[in-house]
Design a protein around this ligand. Structure first.
Ligand SMILES: *Cc1c(COP(=O)(O)O)cnc(C)c1O
Length: 403
């Protein structure tokens, strides 16, 4: 390799990559069966991969995409992701990431107060954010058990397992909210961490946030619904969350960020950080949290916040919320459909009465809806993450798929 290795320079091939992004070539050529000794070069590689990566992709901004907690991403984040890949900044090392670290501080300073939190850090997803928060609960909060509902995300069970803490799951009501009487039946919570979910994965409901503060440490898993805080119209749904000890949100869900982007935030930042920081030897700054090396996801989030403002974000979230209401109201008109409940956070759950849920699911276009299990029963589920979804088209497709 010479000093002039073109593989590491801004090359005209980048424009080709952009062209392929706009219009991928359709014909797939076979991929090599094994690793070749000689490469085919960058441009040929892009042409070879585009039909697989882009041509065959399911697009989250397509009019029918309304199935998962994965949003389409604004193009400003595509651009910043490219910049991030070029620089490969590592938040672990201040010298390689001066602006990325600053970007994370700015994003935290702007967002954390909306959740009543002092600050925190970014990580790869709410699975890690939840683990980090429960780690702080154990070592800064001195809790010796974790309590959550049976609707809590699987990451809470994983965290309890990793942290070696007993995990108790409390029953919910019929739509998946934690049952407060079952929580009080547990008695003394002065050594417990209570995890409440804001936007459960299956039904999108919010646990009773009046329970915040009833245990030694309360963590709110707001991976999905946390961003509603930014909407004047819906922030009230999350009232009480601001008293929690920690909050997790996935920015790669309702903040329209590319993966891997999440925030873990604490009400008493220094107390939490004292328990989850390791810093010695070769590190110029303490390593806070679970991950070591991590990238500059904050720059894409900062770019989105600058480009859209709070209003632009709130507007898009509110739009998707109203789309879920449109869907639920239309389904309510159907005699052969049971709606579990009106959606609280954009998650609409229903099932047909005259065929099985699985049969209806099979008859619908892929990526339009997903399925979930509530109290042992199978349901269809839609998640309002795509502001470009065409509700008329989706409602029409569901009606046509019914026998
Ligand atoms: C998605 C989700 C998680 C996990 O977040 P990832 O970003 O996928 O790791 C945790 N809790 C809830 C309620 C979720 O919806």
């Amino acid at each position: 390799m010479t000093k002039q290795d073109k593989s590491f320079q801004a090359d005209a091939g980048l424009e080709k990559a952009l062209d392929l992004l706009r219009q991928p070539n359709a014909r797939q050529q076979p991929l090599p069966k094994s690793l070749a000794a000689e490469g085919i070069g960058e441009e040929a590689t892009l042409a070879l991969l585009a039909p697989y990566v882009l041509g065959e992709a399911s697009y989250l901004d397509s009019p029918a995409a309304f199935a998962h907690m994965d949003p389409p991403t604004p193009w400003i984040t595509w651009a910043t992701s490219l910049w991030n890949a070029r620089l490969n900044q590592n938040l672990l090392h201040p010298a390689t990431a001066p602006f990325a670290r600053q970007a994370e501080e700015i994003v935290m300073a702007w967002l954390a107060p909306w959740f009543g939190m002092q600050g925190g850090h970014m990580c790869s997803g709410s699975t890690v954010a939840n683990l980090t928060a429960l780690w702080a609960a154990r070592d800064a909060g001195k809790v010796d058990q974790i309590i959550a509902s049976t609707s809590a995300h699987i990451s809470i069970a994983k965290a309890a397992n990793i942290l070696g803490l007993p995990y108790k799951q409390v029953a919910t009501n019929a739509i998946g909210q934690i049952d407060p009487t079952k929580v009080s039946e547990l008695g003394d919570l002065s050594n417990a961490c209570l995890v409440l979910t804001a936007g459960t994965t299956a039904t999108g409901v919010i646990d009773n946030l009046a329970l915040v503060g009833k245990a030694k440490w309360t963590h709110v898993d707001a991976a999905w619904a946390g961003p509603l805080c930014l909407s004047d119209k819906y922030a009230g749904l999350l009232a009480g969350m601001e008293l929690a000890d920690s909050v997790a949100i996935s920015a790669h869900k309702w903040l329209f960020q590319p993966k891997d982007s999440a925030l873990v935030m604490f009400r008493q930042l220094e107390l939490a950080n004292s328990a989850i920081s390791f810093g010695e030897g070769y590190l110029a700054a303490p390593n806070i949290g679970v991950q070591g090396s991590r990238g500059a996801a904050a720059i894409s989030l900062l770019a989105t916040l600058l480009a859209w403002g709070k209003g632009g974000l709130a507007h898009r979230i509110e739009q998707t919320m109203s789309m879920s209401h449109t869907l639920a109201e239309a389904l309510q008109q159907e005699t052969d459909i049971i709606l579990l409940a009106m959606p609280t956070t954009g998650v609409t759950v229903f099932r047909p009465t005259n065929i099985s849920t699985e049969q209806l699911y099979q008859r619908l276009p892929a990526g339009m809806l997903s399925t979930c299990i509530v109290e042992g029963e199978h349901w269809l589920r839609s998640v309002a993450a795509n502001p470009m979804a065409d509700m008329d088209k989706i409602i029409d497709a569901i009606r046509k798929a019914l026998p």
